[in-house]
Design a protein around this ligand. Structure first.
Ligand SMILES: [Fe+2]
Length: 388
């Protein structure tokens, strides 16, 4: 497929200035990335679920010692993604171990992972090698989070349990899917979630926590099949979802491309606008994805799009951005009353903040475009408009 070079042009935002004082960085981190629902979005309904006591630390600045500490929201979520190393690896890069060790000090209510927890999707790996990778995942990530009593929500990635199909319609990586299911259905690996529907766990399922309804779909390949989409619609239309104060969806592949060498079909979801309409119809606030290995806090239409960066091997550059790749972790603080979220994102190599004003204002890929979350459609420049 020949793609117009201009289609991939990404306009960088204001640089924000290198060498800006730390205080200024903090102001940026807190102000520019906070977004409330779009004006056209109806206010969230009053929740009829029992009100849970507010966390005693709401509003307090909480983070690991020496790191920038954002004020805690009503709900705090630590978002990680793409943890794995090379095929068959039973080890993790230093940033993964560092993040897992630090996460309890942010005091999150939940850890969410955008997938690719192990490095499968290779027919040359034996069953024993795949099982050894899941055992290593549990040593490095699963067990420490259970010990810290942190619930772990996740979506399977293509390296965990690819849903790619053969020409005959069967799963190409059925073995990987069987072993992933065996790992996660082992009671010893209980992720500590309050499931609403775990019928197809760990591939697609729903859970709720602290007034938020979470829907996980199987976006480990580009196509989400019709039967699963029927389940998505039914789940999002359910009273549990609609009475929640907020709805969040999670899947491995993003709707739109954000990273270099991921800007091609197969690395992004098919029919992104149709999927986005479905999520918007049921007032999903945010779709969290991984796979592109590049952090980008985006939005499109009424949907927030949190592209989680990789924390394991192979971080990638954002499309047409000069910024070097970074391994990142994002803390999402949720204010339930206003249905708004604030992202604080750290480079897990340096432990410094990622300055959102340094990221592109708009990214245009082969199947659509994404705006940085603080840039409104009405504020796009004529040059930006000419790209879409
Ligand atoms: Fe992936």
């Amino acid at each position: 497929m020949s793609l117009n070079r201009r289609q991939f042009l990404v306009l960088s935002g204001l640089t924000g200035g290198f060498g800006v004082a730390v205080l200024m960085q903090r102001t940026f981190a807190e102000s520019a990335i906070q977004r409330s629902p779009a004006p056209s979005q109806p206010p969230p309904p009053k929740a009829s679920t029992p009100t849970q006591p507010a966390n005693a630390n709401v509003g307090q600045a909480i983070a690991p010692q020496g790191m920038f500490a954002p004020p805690r929201g009503d709900v705090r979520i630590a978002v990680i993604s793409d943890l794995n190393s090379q095929y068959g690896s039973t080890d993790y890069e230093a940033e993964v171990d560092k993040a897992i060790a630090l996460i309890p000090a942010w005091q999150p209510d939940l850890v969410l992972c955008g997938g690719d927890m192990v490095a499968g999707q290779s027919q040359s790996l034996s069953d024993g090698e795949v099982q050894a990778m899941w055992a290593a995942f549990d040593r490095h990530i699963g067990a420490p989070l259970r010990k810290a009593k942190l619930p772990y929500g996740f979506t399977v990635g293509n390296h965990d349990a690819s849903a790619a199909l053969s020409s005959g319609g069967t799963f190409l990586f059925q073995r990987d899917r069987n072993l992933a299911a065996a790992h996660w259905n082992n009671p010893k690996h209980n992720p500590g979630l309050q499931f609403v529907d775990r019928g197809k766990f760990p591939f697609y399922y729903t859970f709720q926590q602290n007034g938020i309804f979470y829907l996980v779909w199987d976006a480990s390949s580009a196509t989400i099949r019709a039967d699963q989409l029927a389940w998505v619609e039914k789940s999002l239309a359910s009273p549990a979802a609609q009475k929640a104060k907020l709805r969040i969806a999670i899947g491995h592949l993003p709707l739109y491309a954000v990273a270099v060498r991921r800007d091609r079909l197969g690395e992004i979801l098919d029919q992104p606008d149709k999927l986005r309409s479905l999520l918007e119809k049921y007032r999903v606030h945010t779709y969290i994805s991984g796979h592109h290995h590049a952090y980008f806090p985006g939005h499109r239409g009424k949907l927030e799009l949190l592209h989680a960066g990789a924390i394991g091997a192979g971080p990638r550059r954002l499309l047409n951005s000069d910024r070097p790749p970074q391994k990142t972790l994002t803390i999402v603080d949720v204010k339930l009353g206003s249905a708004s979220t604030t992202y604080t994102t750290y480079d897990m190599t340096t432990l410094q903040l990622v300055k959102h004003q340094d990221l592109p204002r708009i990214i245009v890929g082969p199947n659509g475009w994404v705006l940085r979350r603080d840039v409104q459609e009405a504020d796009m420049t004529p040059e930006e408009r000419s790209l879409i």
